[in-house]
Design a protein around this ligand. Sequence first.
Ligand SMILES: O=C[C@H](O)[C@@H](O)CC(=O)C(=O)O
Ligand SMILES: [Zn+2]
Length: 278
Amino acid sequence: MQVRQSIHSDHARQLDTAGLRREFLIENIFTADNYTMTYSHIDRIIVGGVMPVRESVTIGSEVGKQLGVSYFLERRELGVINIGGPGLIEVDGKAWEIGNEQALYVGMGAQSVVFKSVDASRPAKFYYNSAPAHTRYPDKKITLEEASPTTLGDPSTSNRRTINKFIVPDVLPTCQLTMGLTKLEEGSLWNTMPCHTHERRMEVYFYFDMDEETAVFHMMGQPQETRHLLVHNEQAVISPSWSIHAGVGTKRYTFIWGMVGENQVFDDMDHVKVSELR
Ligand SMILES: O=C[C@H](O)[C@@H](O)CC(=O)C(=O)O
Ligand SMILES: [Zn+2]
């Protein structure tokens, strides 16, 4: 488990490229037959990937020790979106088939969560976010159709995209976690521009569906103190409340966003005019 401390905007603005990457970028999400885990002190979100290939993978009691509990989800909820081949997630013995671009919410208190791939030649890739929780809500599988797809943006601003809201209050109750997947259309490059901040929530972005020789320039920083991170395929960015989070790709891409914090109102954003950015 990697730990990332919280970071003040006054500190962040002084960092060079390597420093920004060390604090905000998670370069390795998927490792075959294993899980990765980054623990951020920002709202105590946990971010990672699980990639079972030939073996099943479980997040076991080793994590419980690090979190000061007896098992991972004793006081946490979990959201998972599969970006790989067909997979299975067994929650306390109940098997959920989670295919490509399908999601599973697992409520607080699930003692055993086991991840499997159906076909080793097309392994499942389970990207996950987890947040502290204080009550148990029912486990639920969510398909792309149930994620109320909304297409917005315009080809003239290269930001035509579809936002799929998998884990939001309209679809299921959670303690604080919300998650979704935004897909850019061919030829569209920008996400979330005009951009926003939300003091009341932090956010994590996970970029994927990208070719080897493409990159996303992820925009971050306070609106008048912007910086960027060069992000490659299957890497994630931690975005503190004070930071904008937008990006432009050298080619189209897809990303998963996850948020935790004060409320779950998707539109609770502080919009920033492009003319006000520096
Ligand atoms: O607070 C909301 C998040 O930043 C994302 O949902 C934005 C997004 O997917 C987009 O505009 O493309
Ligand atoms: Zn946002």
